[in-house]
Structures are given as structure tokens and as C-alpha cells.
Design a protein around this ligand. Structure first.
Ligand code: PBG
Length: 335
């Protein structure tokens, strides 16, 4: 007999009994959300004392490096353990080969060093992919037909990863979806002595309609022709997500990510059950914008929407969530 079979039946069994008061609901709560479960994505702008609001991401701005340091301090004070960095590279520095990604003094590296110097206790996650650096907006190198080349791109991503690690990145997070990049990057990090630099693989990353505001934030939306379907996953697929995760784990990923978040909770649960490894979700820009639009339209309470969606990720099996609501949520959680 299954231990899950319930022996009592109504009225001996009343599932509403434990919900009758707040103290009891708290006592019976199965998952908890704390600021320690949050990673805060930040967009970096060139300059000094600069704040550039992003119209399609209301409430989110790009900050120059000094502002990024201030945001990292804010994260620390709220108990948020880690920030994720994305540069808005000046357009003059965007090229077909994305070589600015390899510049030790690029915006990303300057932000990493500044945070490490001022707030060393905050973890820094860095995105590895070429889209903030290429003139065509793709995550890798393209051939004459516009196809994103796998192996040639991986070589550049290795250089980008080493560049970020040398600047002080704690977690390298490849978001490019090239095959074989995790193992190649891991080998290079080991060889360079970065043995404790982690890799969080964007393992199951879908070609999604939810990335629009992010592309505005890093300035790639207008540059990108077409879509990313030859490298990012088809949103109809789940078995393939498990193969992607298995591959990245076999190559040495320390943790894996599913992205976008809410529409893919089934994938998160399957990955957690199948592999038992740390799983993270990215509640992406379009999801953030939907919540903000719903709240602005009076369709839902913003605070409640934020906490409900973030708790859902924990219930689905996530260790943590990348979310633009990180600071708002941490405040609500009373850190
Ligand atoms: C690019 C990258 C994207 C996001 C994170 N890294 C966009 C894309 O793949 O086009 C999206 C994040 C978001 O929408 O918030 N490598």
C-alpha cells in the first residue's frame, strides 16, 4: 500500500483545517523564499554618474560602473548573494567578430573589478555570449549565409570566459547554446588556475519571445536580423532539454539554468528530478514586463505577483532565480 494513500475521508479529513489561520499556514508551508535565493541582473552603461532607464523594462535602468557598485552594495545590504552583469557596449565597439568581448578593459571587466574591490562579499555572475559585442546581434560568429558557427564561436567564448575570470568573475554563465562550450571553457579555466571559478550553464535556453526588453537593454534588438532558432531550443521540446542538461553536466557545469522561467516550470521540475543538481531559473525581461504591465493595469497586486511567481520557482525545484524584481522581493521578504 502506498504511504501516500489517505485513510481518512470527509468529514474526518478536512484539508482546510490547516489553512484556517496565518500561523498555521506558515507552519505548513512546504517551500520558502529568502533573499538568498535571488540573483539580480544588472545592465552596465558607459560613462560616469549615468543612469539610463529602459523603456520596455519599467523600473530597470542601465548604470555606469559607479552606479553598478552602488547597486552591488544595495544587494549586499538586502542579503542578495549574487549579481549578474550585462554590458551595453557602445555601438562603435561592436564588430562582426565581437572582439570587444576579449578586451581586458571592456565595460564588463571594469564593472567586475570595481565590484570586487568595493563589495568583495557579493558574488559576480557573468554572461558568456557575444550578442552585446557583435554588430549583427547574434551570440556567436556568423558565416556568409548568416549561420552561427559552432566551433569557431566556442573558441572566442573561451577567450571571453578567461577574460572575465581574470577580472574576478565568480560564476561564468555561458548563454550562447553552442555545443561543447562547457567542457572547453572548463578545461581552459583549470589550465589558467581558475579552479574555483564556477560554471552555471544556460543549459536549457529556449528561442523565446520573452527576451525583447533585454535586447533593448543591451542594445542588440535593432541589430538582430531574424531569430536565434538554429542555436536556442524549440519551445515545444522537453526531452531535448534533459539531453542539454546531461551534456553540460557531463562537461563539468556546476549548476544549470532553465530559461525563460514561468512558462518552463515543467522543465525545471523534470531537470531537478532527473539530475538532483542545483537548478536555477531566469525570470526573463518579458516576464518582468508582463508583471509590471499587469500591475499597472490594475490586473493584479504587484507585491503579491512578485512573491507568488518567485515562490513558484522554489516549489518547482529551483535553488535560486535570476530576477529583475530581486531588490523589490528582498525588501518584501524583510531582509
Ligand atoms: C544573450 C542573452 C539573452 C538573455 C540573457 N542572455 C537574450 C537572448 O538570448 O537573445 C535574456 C534575458 C532576459 O530576457 O531577461 N546571450
Amino acid at each position: 500500500m502506498s504511504p501516500r494513500i489517505m485513510h481518512a475521508s470527509f468529514p474526518a479529513l478536512r484539508l482546510r483545517r490547516t489553512r484556517v489561520a496565518e500561523w498555521s499556514r506558515r507552519l505548513h508551508r512546504e517551500t520558502v523564499l529568502t533573499p538568498a535565493n535571488l540573483i539580480w541582473p544588472l545592465f552596465i552603461a558607459e560613462g560616469e554618474g549615468v543612469e539610463e532607464p529602459i523603456a520596455s523594462l519599467p523600473g530597470v535602468s542601465r548604470w555606469s560602473v559607479d552606479g553598478i557598485v552602488a547597486r552591488a552594495k544595495e544587494a549586499r545590504d538586502l542579503g542578495i548573494p549574487c549579481v549578474a552583469l550585462f554590458p551595453n557596449t557602445p555601438s562603435a565597439l561592436r564588430t562582426a567578430d565581437g572582439r570587444e568581448a576579449l578586451n581586458p578593459d571592456n565595460l564588463m571587466c571594469r564593472a567586475i573589478r570595481a565590484i570586487k574591490q568595493a563589495v568583495p562579499e557579493v558574488g559576480i555572475l557573468t554572461d558568456v555570449a557575444l550578442d552585446p559585442y557583435t554588430a549583427h546581434g547574434h551570440d556567436g560568429l556568423v558565416d556568409d549565409a548568416g549561420y552561427v558557427l559552432n566551433d569557431a564561436t566556442v573558441e572566442v567564448l573561451v577567450g571571453q570566459s578567461l577574460n572575465q575570470a581574470a577580472a574576478g568573475a565568480d560564476i561564468i554563465a555561458p548563454s550562447d547554446m553552442m555545443d561543447g562550450r562547457i567542457g572547453t571553457i572548463r578545461d581552459a579555466l583549470e589550465a589558467a588556475g581558475h579552479i574555483n571559478v564556477q560554471i552555471m550553464a544556460y543549459a536549457a535556453k529556449y528561442a523565446s519571445a520573452f527576451y525583447g526588453p533585454f535586447r533593448d537593454a543591451v542594445g542588440s534588438r535593432g541589430l538582430l536580423k531574424g531569430d536565434k532558432k538554429t542555436y536556442q531550443m524549440d519551445h515545444a521540446n522537453a526531452d531535448e532539454a534533459l539531453r542539454e542538461v546531461a551534456m553540460d553536466l557531463a562537461e563539468g557545469a556546476d549548476s544549470v539554468m532553465v530559461k525563460p522561467g514561468l512558462p518552463y516550470l515543467d522543465i525545471i521540475r523534470q531537470v531537478k528530478d532527473a539530475f538532483g543538481v542545483p537548478v536555477f531559473a531566469y525570470q526573463v525581461s518579458g516576464e518582468y514586463a508582463m508583471i509590471e504591465a499587469a500591475a499597472a493595469a490594475g490586473a493584479g497586486d504587484r507585491d503579491a505577483l512578485v512573491l507568488e511567481t518567485l515562490t513558484a520557482f522554489r516549489r518547482a525545484g529551483c535553488s535560486g532565480v535570476l530576477t529583475y524584481h530581486a531588490v523589490h522581493a528582498a525588501r518584501l521578504l524583510g531582509a
